[in-house]
Design a binder for this molecule. Structure first.
Ligand code: XBP
Ligand code: MG
Length: 273
């Protein structure tokens, strides 16, 4: 049974990490804060509360999100011919502010992220980033949480505007697969949102989900498993959705059944299962 499914599936070759909400709570503690500071500095009365930001997260990409805000939540803002440039300029400033928040060391990684990355490196499982945010933001997060060298841990960073359509479109995952010469079956994605799982699934990639306060109630149908976080040996995860005992007698799933934290053995078992 084990051998058969391994033959069909092949071993897990790569883990593809989303960034915002997955590696760290950057949406709540970074992006939303930076958007509001950029608005204030520009003399705008736009204020994004936590409740509004949750709705705005339906649209990925900071520039796209600002357009969505004007179209749906601030219709009284006067139309202007230079709206695209205006938003692009605001977004550049928002990125500078966001990076400075990270430089202050205010945003830690979520539980288990560092440990899982280190385990992947030990086990020669390839790592990549697949995100809708910019390379500048990814670099700042990695540098300030894991040190400057940690950027080399990732073979490839697929980010931001390199594709025309951001998540939930599959483009960014397809781009990463192509660049890394991998098939969807070689990989697992680690995601936190419905837009994220839709994007990965559109490219044929299965996801492990770690929810956060913004995404807890999203639809994660098709996820390999939905957890509150990746867990640590002294901080077990809670399974929110998924089957930990599909075949209690199978060697494949025994590791999954007994696991309290996500490591490469756990991901391999899910991948084979
Ligand atoms: C993240 C995003 C990003 C950030 C803001 O989605 O949607 O737009 O909110 O970053 P995911 P930018 O986690 O699915 O990649 O302002 O740099 O776009
Ligand atoms: Mg995310």
């Amino acid at each position: 049974m084990l051998k058969e499914s391994m033959d069909v599936m092949g071993a897990l070759k790569a883990v593809l990490f989303d960034v915002d909400g997955t590696l760290a709570d950057t949406e709540r503690d970074g992006h939303c804060v930076a958007f509001n500071l950029a608005f204030e500095e520009a003399g705008l009365d736009w204020r994004w509360s936590d409740v509004l930001y949750e709705k705005l997260l339906d649209v990925t990409g900071g520039k796209e999100r600002m357009h969505y805000y004007l179209a749906e939540f601030n219709k009284q803002y006067p139309a202007r011919d230079d709206i695209n440039e205006f938003i692009a300029k605001l977004h550049r400033r928002k990125t500078q502010i966001y990076v400075s928040l990270l430089d202050e060391g205010r945003i830690p990684l979520r539980p288990g992220v560092k440990r899982l990355l280190e385990d992947a490196r030990k086990q020669n499982v390839r790592l990549a980033i697949v995100t809708t945010t910019s390379v500048a933001n990814v670099s700042a997060l990695l540098k300030n949480t894991l040190g400057s060298e940690s950027q080399d841990w990732f073979e490839f960073v697929a980010a931001g505007d390199v594709v025309a359509k951001k998540k939930p479109a599959p483009d960014i995952y397809q781009y990463a697969l192509e660049k890394m010469n991998l098939t969807a079956q070689d990989c697992i994605a680690i995601e936190d949102s419905e837009n994220g799982i839709l994007s990965a699934a559109g490219a044929g990639i299965k996801s492990v989900i770690t929810v956060n306060d913004y995404t807890r109630n999203h639809n994660f149908n098709g996820a390999l498993i939905v957890l509150d976080h990746l867990g640590e040996p002294d901080m077990p995860f809670t399974v929110l959705k998924g089957e930990l005992s599909r075949d209690a007698n199978s060697g494949v799933n025994s590791h999954v059944n007994n696991a309290h934290y996500v490591d490469i053995a756990f991901l391999n078992a899910l991948h084979q299962g």
